[in-house]
Design a protein around this ligand. Sequence first.
Ligand SMILES: Nc1ncnc2c1ncn2[C@@H]1O[C@H](COP(=O)(O)OP(=O)(O)O)[C@@H](O)[C@H]1O
Ligand SMILES: O=P(O)(O)OC[C@H](O)CO
Length: 493
Amino acid sequence: MTYLLALDQGTTSSRAIVFNDQGNVMASAQREITLSTPHAGWVEQNALELWQTQIGVAQQAIVKAGLLAQDIAAIGLTNQRETTIIWNKKTGQPIAPAIVWQDRRTAEWCESLRLAGHEPLVQQKTGLRLDPYFSAGKLVWLLDHIPKAREQAQRGELAFGTVDSWLLWNLTRGARHVIDMSNASRTLLMNLHTRQWDDELLELFNIPRALLPEIVPSGGLIGETADGLLGRRIPLTAALGDQQAALFGQSCFKQGMAKNTYGTGCFMLMNTGPQVQISQNQLLSTLAWQTPDQTTHYALEGSVFMAGAIVQWLRDGLNIIRDSSDVEKLASQVPDCDGVVLVPAFTGLGAPYWDSEARGMITGMTRGTNRFHIARAALEAIAFQVADVLTAMQHDAHGPLTELRVDGGASGNDMLMQFQADLLGVPVLRPVVRETTALGAALMAGLGAGIFKSVDELSGLWQLERRFEPSMDSVTRASHLERWHRAVARARS
Ligand SMILES: Nc1ncnc2c1ncn2[C@@H]1O[C@H](COP(=O)(O)OP(=O)(O)O)[C@@H](O)[C@H]1O
Ligand SMILES: O=P(O)(O)OC[C@H](O)CO
């Protein structure tokens, strides 16, 4: 039997999963990550903790599977995207905490570039927007605020990377300073058409080129784990951003196929094939992956910042549930929200609104409103945001989607999935393996190591667990959406 190890460094935890070559989970290990918010709008993590937890769970997963390092044919890495780290090449020490994708400290930097009229050029080159979400602003912030960082960067003493770069640097003990193409496409610095760092953008943002990693394909030999880390050296044959990995793990290999991941946020990606398609409807264009045969796929993406995180807020902010999975029981105590709508604009709104100023709001409350209604409205809010993204995606795709594949922590919630299918009017398909992010990384690693000969060989591995059929009539659907859009308009004003 051949085994593949997926390393999945996410926002809330570091995970490692051992798969066999049929895509079945053999063993897994997971550790939570600390997140700190030292100022309003700031979100940071300790880069060393990301590395230490990730290597720790990798060792644990191999042991739990009853294997030795020599039994692992290859490693595939996948990660939270956009999160920005700069470290000293000599010491390997980060110069500051990692600035997490959710961090909004660079809102003013983005606004000034937007006011100067640069957004159309940036969008045409990168497929992205001038939003604090992406890495470039975070990188510039570090260069401008950490003493001596800019001079050191100019002298080539520092390295910039997203989480994949940082982990690959550590896994190879500094032998490789690289970034995979899908992660590079989230930095605001890679030209989506040439798949190279863009000199014009580097100049516009004043970023020294010496800081940047080498861009490598998502699948193919990147390097080997350093001696002593996991026992024997293991080939590192894949790296890709977690949402792109989930698209791959969902077997969305063909143009027009789409998935939505319900994690901390929600990320819907649709494969648009080998051509870049710049969105006309407030979505992002991104690189999905480049396989070892040099085939590149692109995707349209709708990123929603608050999804499962709303449920965490019910748990930690309102204390009305103990565990995230309790929300379904609470919400099903009432037949509907009784007019209550929750707009989860806690950190503004992502796609398709891109409004940093919008703030959270609960509308339609009466004396009869109770925690059951709030819990239900929280779940519905996840589905409403996804519906807005899907509408935009259908406009970009010039046609309706025929199905939506789903995964991520909150996709286990049957009530949410049924409401989602009802709102979309599209069947929602949940696979047996819901760890599709890790699966995607493992399968890509298998391709990179030559265990699988082509992507076609992988299509048969996807298995349906449950299909949610839409059952809501169109009048009810329209009235739900109308109430939601009215609430969104108020949260934005
Ligand atoms: N049954 C559930 N219903 C709704 N949300 C859930 C449920 N179970 C987990 N979640 C939410 O899913 C998120 C965790 O999903 P996961 O895919 O592990 O996230 P990430 O990859 O972003 O770390 C948490 O925000 C949690 O609140
Ligand atoms: O760690 P996750 O699963 O919340 O994913 C984060 C995304 O990659 C951010 O773009």
